[in-house]
Every structure is written in C-alpha cells, then in structure tokens.
Design a protein around this ligand. Sequence first.
Ligand SMILES: *Cc1c(COP(=O)(O)O)cnc(C)c1O
Length: 347
Amino acid sequence: MAHISVSALRDNLTALSARAGVPLLLPVKADAYGHGLELVARVAAQHPDVWGLAVALPREAAQLAALNPGKPILLLTPPMPDEVGPLADLGVRLPVSSLAEADALPPHARAHLKIDTGMNRLGARPAEAVVIGQRLAERGLLEGAYTHFASADEPDLTFAYTQLERFRGVLTQLPPVLAHASNGGGILSLGQLPGMRLARPGLASYGFAPPHLRRVVPLLPVMSLRARITHIHTAYPGESVSYGGLWHAQQETVVATVGMGYADGYPRNATLKASVQVAGVRRPTLGRICMDQMMVDVTGLDVQVGDWADLWGPDTITVTDVAEWGGTIEYEVLTGLGARVERVMAQ
Ligand SMILES: *Cc1c(COP(=O)(O)O)cnc(C)c1O
C-alpha cells in the first residue's frame, strides 16, 4: 500500500515555486510519477502555486481532462495527426515543432512551441522555431514556448546555460508568451531565470533531488510504501530460501514473507541487497525477490502475521536506497510502481 502525503506534496510545490519565482506546470505523467494521477491532480487543483499540469501521452491528457482539474493541461510529446482535434476539443494545450503541425491546428487550439536547444529529443531547432512561433502567433494560437534541459541536474551547468541562451534567442523574436524551461534539476540549480513564466518540476515535487542539490530546498518524500507480513516460519541451517537457492541459512532463521514483489514494481535486481524495515528495525531480504513476495530475516523480532513492513518512506529506507540496490534511479522505481498497489491519501 502506498501512502501519499498531501502535506509533503503541498509543501514541496510551495518551496519549488518560491525557488523558481514562478508558478508551476506540474508534471503528472506516468500516473504522477507512480503516486496516482487522481490524488495528485486533486492536490494540484487546489494549490495556489500550480498553474497547470503536464502529461506525456494523449491518453494521459484525456484521462486527466476527464478528472476536470480546473487548470490547464499541457501535452509534452507530439500527438499523432488524428489525436489533435479530440485533444484540442478537450482544451489540452498542444506541443508544436513544425510548420505543418502549426497549420494543422484547429482555430480553437492552444499551442506551446517546443524548441530543441540541445536535448536532441523533440522540438524545432531555434531558427525554425522562430518562424513556427510567428506563424502560431499570427493565427492567435501561441500561448507558450518551452525547452528542456539535458543536464541541469548535474554539477556542471555550462550546457544548461548554453541551452537557456538559445531559448532566449528565440523568445526575443516572438510576442510575449508563457515561457518555461526548468525541470526540477533546473529549478534547484539555476533558481529564478528572468523571462521564464512557469517551471516544470517532476521528481523534485515528489520529494527527490540529486545529492548535490538536496540542501537547496527542503523536500519531503511524498510516498511511503508498506506491505504486510503474510506468513512467518523458521528456516533451519542448510536450507535455502526462494528461487534458485541463492541464500542459505547458517543458523535457525525466522523468515517473514512480505506481500510485495517485482510485479508491484519492487526491483528484482535488488535481490540480496535489499532491506526492509520491520518493527522499526532494518532487516535484510533473503534470496530472490519474487513476483508477489519477498522474504525477510526477522529473527529475534516480535512480529506477527498482519504486521506491516516499511519498504520506503520519509523516515525509513528511501526510494534512493531501493533504486541503488536495483541498479536504477528514483524515476524508474517510482514510475514502475505496479497498478495493483493501492494508493491512499494521508496527511
Ligand atoms: C518529465 C519532464 C519534466 C520533469 O522532469 P524532472 O526531471 O522530473 O523534474 C519536465 N519537462 C519535460 C518536458 C519532461 O518530459
């Protein structure tokens, strides 16, 4: 079960908006980084520092529009031609990075010009972007313009500043628009950027920052993940636990089986590295992480079937720890949280 702390999310949004000096366009793609689109959209809808919400896919945009958040929704990746009309009808702001896309927009659409300043993933090159932006402005469709930093979350900001300069070069040749560039890394490392009107912190809103930026703004992990002990038994010396017999008991070991596994998004690669917290104590997992369960050494602890094991949270093991054990990053762990894990709002 995942507990989503409304107060942590609210406080993170307030702090990030203050640091950026502008309202937020909150990324809620991938089920709000695994936190639950509906829960997060509800909090964002009532937060004074959130201007709007950003999603990656047309399907996500339609789901979000159906929740009626009462705030603008921006689609971040290009829709297919047949998706443009329906999305515009829903009021979804659309990314545009070619003249053909600009010309194909219906007259009631609202566009955010997407400019490729060095990420080399999406967007129009700066020179081309000026022409596209002017065309959109002539048609009265240009609401915003944005770019995306490739390495604003790294200590060396040289390239981020280069990208910013290219972006500003385009903006000076357009009428005033809602310009936005910074992701969470950009907000934390670059702070207020003159000319920018919005910022898009994803992972930071959910409470995580790279090590060198952790002290810039106090962020609280929004999600706590827990699962129940479903079975307790003893493994005797020489016996193995779980698939493949990777772990053997050296002495009598009390084993608790916990109802969470890789189908819930807990990384299987964390096998033989992961710990969980049981009865307030950090204890190692034993043998392979399974699809639906993992086994934990609870020898000497006063635990019973039905007790909860904490897999991550603000006051225990962190998502960062789990990502490290799994050889991955917080983004992948959070967005990989299984659909079958219940998300509940907590204060
Ligand atoms: C996902 C995304 C973000 C958020 O990035 P974080 O690193 O999570 O802050 C911002 N902008 C765009 C275009 C994105 O795709």
